[in-house]
Ligand binder design. Structure first.
Ligand code: ADP
Ligand code: MG
Length: 265
């Protein structure tokens, strides 16, 4: 007897962006961007410098407030009020809570120079989330081990290489137990040999099924790590698809040009 195959479960959207617009003065940087990152998905944003990738990422946690459009995290709409350039965060408590569920990793590592690596990683869980120290310390040490710098727990940021500092920043972001990790060119400040060790850590997180939105200039990495790739061009999504579609069967002439230039960089 044949049994009906169960329909594949559709994972919920962790990040849902609808019709996002953002201008700085007369410069319209985002011209209507919509995309989702479902639970466990890795979505990479690519595009030339100035195409709006960082602005888009910063709109996800409202470091930039969009002029129009909406952002929802795990099904919850971030509340905004006002119109256009006057749009503001409507509910500070809501945004603080949502931000505490987003793990951000930037180009610069932003570690506290006066705190040890372990204390850097424990800061938010202890001080903001007010979780018990013993539990937080065990988790922080496990995260440092995961990113390969367990032996650096007592060191200070200045004693670490750039790649080690960036891995500490990733451990810190993981320790808040984020619903999604947001990466903005996490390796662009690093020498190539240090870049590799950071990319390896991000790949481990992707393989573990972490939801991630990643801005990267490394096309080979985007291809290996992503479920979906989005190419931004002049404030719009010019092309998107699986890595095989976007890199292997490129349709847009602008994307072809961009990939060509990236190959010869
Ligand atoms: P990308 O990350 O793709 O290089 P950005 O999002 O950083 O692009 O920038 C897109 C455009 O918006 C650029 O022209 C940049 O100069 C401009 N821009 C970004 N942030 C601001 C800001 N706070 N004020 C004015 N212009 C900005
Ligand atoms: Mg940028």
């Amino acid at each position: 007897m044949t049994q009906a195959m169960p329909a594949p479960a559709i994972k919920p959207n962790i990040v849902a962006i609808r019709d996002l617009h953002k201008s700085f003065g007369d410069l319209e940087v985002l011209k209507g961007i919509s995309f989702n990152a479902r639970e466990g998905e890795v979505v990479s944003l690519i595009g030339s410098s100035g195409s709006g990738k960082s602005t888009l990422l910063r709109c996800i946690n409202m470091l930039e407030v969009p002029d129009q459009g909406s952002v929802a995290i795990a099904g919850e709409d971030i509340r905004l009020r006002g119109e256009g350039a006057h749009r503001r965060i409507a509910d500070e408590h809501q945004i603080q809570r949502i931000r505490s569920e987003l793990g951000m990793v930037f180009q610069s590592f932003n570690l506290w120079a006066h705190l040890s690596i372990l204390d850097n990683v424990m800061e938010v869980p202890l001080v903001v989330q007010k979780r018990p120290r013993a539990e937080v310390e065990a988790e922080a040490r496990a995260m440092l081990a995961k990113v390969g710098i367990a032996e650096k727990a007592a060191a200070y940021p200045a004693q670490l290489s750039g790649g080690q500092q960036q891995r500490a920043a990733i451990a810190r972001a993981l320790c808040i137990n984020p619903r999604v990790m947001l990466f903005d060119e996490p390796t662009s400040a690093l020498d190539p040999e240090l870049e590799v060790e950071v990319l390896r850590v991000i790949k481990i997180l992707a393989d573990e099924g972490r939801t991630m939105v990643l801005v990267t200039h490394d096309m080979e990495f985007a291809r290996s790590v992503s479920d979906r790739v989005i190419f931004l061009h002049q404030g719009r999504i010019e092309e998107e698809g699986t890595p095989d579609q976007v890199f292997g069967a490129t349709r847009s002439p602008r994307l072809k040009q961009f990939l060509n230039a990236a190959n010869h960089a």
